[in-house]
Design a protein. Structure first.
Length: 387
């Protein structure tokens, strides 16, 4: 992962986060007593095509650790302001366990409709306490110093069998490292203050496309809990991961990544149709590289235009390119138009093709922002402008 950054909220709490990649924004929220480091595999995979942001909740990871303020609504409010300060909009949300509950609450309160869709990992409508009664009982609690590492050890040993699946014991070190580094008073505060909300009566109000993923052997949020969440959210679907437990995204990161990516691909938002305008000095050069992309010229007998359609292998379906064979009134350069659903994706495709790079942005009076187009040999091809 990239280096951590820090942001201070109005309440004085400083949250740690990491951001990397480029593309649509994806926000990841970890679970109780975990940290953003749990998401290292998903961060690396998604950052190849997304701007990925992982954040440490208060009391977790490298975020501030106040002695109180660990009610569920405190954690939700922290993330809401984190989103506001970073001006995150039009994003997808992934939450695990407690992070999934926060994600659902954020979706319920999303009045500005800035969340596109959500993915819930290891979730439930209400988290019931899970522990070993031989360890967590009145007698042990009374004789344990809640401010000492003994209390942290007691909680860790009580929950260990519920968190770790035998065949995935390799993740145990990372999971419990977060616990070991958490001050005892934070463990105490989480036990005393944090109560997961009962969301059953509210989930039907979530209007986001939702994917619920559950581990088949999850003992914290059992399979049936995940199915129930999916049944209550109107536009939700459910998948289970065979042989996995509560940390299925760490146990089988490649499977989880592919499942989420497939889900995202189905609901990608397209920008409003628009076009890119070129003033090119050498249309022959432009023709040579669009042909190398598999685009084809269609002559429909129009007096001033010729149509060029993207080939079947192009990533932007249904786009057409129009060449105006008339001379531009302001120069001797012909005009070229590309009508597309997504300007950024089109430019990215052109650049990745090796045909062009766009650099040297400039402001032309009465026209707006343009950028020069060059081929790989640094030959000037023309200018582009997103209209």
């Amino acid at each position: 992962m990239d280096e951590k950054k820090f942001i201070k909220l109005d309440n004085g709490v400083q949250l740690a986060y990491k951001i990397g990649g480029q593309g649509p924004v994806l926000l990841l929220i970890h679970g109780n007593r975990d940290s953003l480091e749990n998401y290292i595999s998903l961060f690396e995979k998604f950052s190849k095509s997304y701007t990925v942001i992982c954040v440490d909740l208060r009391g977790h990871g490298d975020s501030d650790k106040p002695r109180n303020g660990y009610r569920f609504e405190n954690l939700v409010a922290d993330i809401q302001q984190f989103i506001e300060i970073l001006k995150i909009k039009d994003f997808s949300l992934i939450g695990h366990s407690l992070g999934a509950s926060i994600a659902m609450q954020l979706a319920l309160e999303d009045q500005d409709n800035i969340i596109n869709n959500i993915v819930l990992l290891g979730t439930s409508v209400d988290f019931k306490p899970v522990f070993r009664p031989d360890l967590i009982n009145k007698e042990n609690i009374e004789k344990t110093n809640l401010e000492s590492s003994d209390f942290r050890h007691l909680i860790q040993e009580a929950l260990r069998p519920y968190f770790i699946v035998e065949q995935y014991k390799h993740i145990e070190t990372m999971v419990f490292q977060n616990w070991a580094e958490m001050p005892p008073f934070v463990h105490q505060a989480l036990v005393m203050e944090l109560k997961h909300p009962e969301l059953e009566n509210f989930l039907r109000k979530i209007d986001k496309k939702t994917l619920v993923i559950a581990g088949e052997l999850d003992r914290i949020t059992p399979l049936e809990d995940g199915k129930k969440v999916a049944s209550l959210i109107p536009e939700a679907e459910f998948i289970s991961v065979e042989g996995c437990g509560h940390f299925m995204y760490m146990e089988e990161p490649e499977f989880i990544y592919k499942a989420i990516q497939k889900f995202f691909d189905r609901f990608k938002k397209k920008s409003l149709p628009c076009h890119i305008e070129f003033k090119t000095q050498d249309f022959t050069k432009f023709e040579s590289f669009y042909q190398s992309l598999g685009w084809k010229l269609i002559d429909r007998g129009m007096e001033h235009y010729k149509l060029i359609e993207f080939g079947e292998d192009a990533s932007i379906g249904g786009a057409v390119l129009l060449k105006n064979v008339k001379q531009d009134a302001l120069s001797s350069s012909p005009l070229v138009y590309i009508r597309v659903d997504d300007v950024d994706s089109t430019l990215k495709q052109l650049c990745e093709s090796g045909a062009i790079v766009h650099t040297e942005k400039q402001i032309i009076p009465n026209v707006g922002e343009w950028a020069s187009l060059y081929d790989l040999d640094n030959n000037f091809l023309g200018l582009w402008k997103a209209c």
